[in-house]
Design a protein around this ligand. Sequence first.
Ligand code: TMP
Ligand code: MG
Ligand code: ZN
Length: 198
Amino acid sequence: MPYMQPRGGWIELICGSMFSGKTEELIRRVRRAEIARQTVQVFKPALDDRYSVSKVWSHSGVHCEAEAIESASEILTRLRPGTTVVAIDEAQFLDWVVAEVADELATRGLRVIASGLDLDFRGEPFGPMPLLLAQAEMVDKLHAICVVCAAPASRTQRLINGQPANYNDPVILVGAKEVYEARCRDCHRVPGKPGKDE
Ligand code: TMP
Ligand code: MG
Ligand code: ZN
């Protein structure tokens, strides 16, 4: 449920593993804001070109128009007068300035809806997400279903040629089902992770 603040703005954060429905939930909130005759701008990092650079797509196929940005500060420069709701998908790919931008917008009285991966494939906090998590008035952590044991999944497993990716692999690798699957803590594997026997 969106946080109701009679005056002023706020930050809502939707996080969780891949395939947990984050983008679908973001789009649902955007649609509801539009029905409520709010003026919404949706942003996404240009880096995520999986389906289209000018659209936000969920794994289930739900999509909406979005403005692709190279850096978080572009949100402020592209902001139109009259916009009351700002949605940001895949926030984990943006620079840390996104937390300052979200804070500035909320302080100006806008509603900010951000979504992104809280953890990378190594099971470590992803980019600026920890800052957004701390600043948000409201946080929803969504779960997918572990493909191995069917428990609620909080982690994302990266698979390269069917094998768990090594801890030292680059953090950013844009993709979907061909490289990633949802897993629970127990079934998540990260060979080479310091302090873990694999
Ligand atoms: P999704 O959360 O909307 O499914 O998209 C997550 C995107 O992040 C997807 O393009 C894969 C990418 N990704 C990385 O770049 N590194 C990672 O460690 C993980 C788990 C995902
Ligand atoms: Mg998504
Ligand atoms: Zn499992």
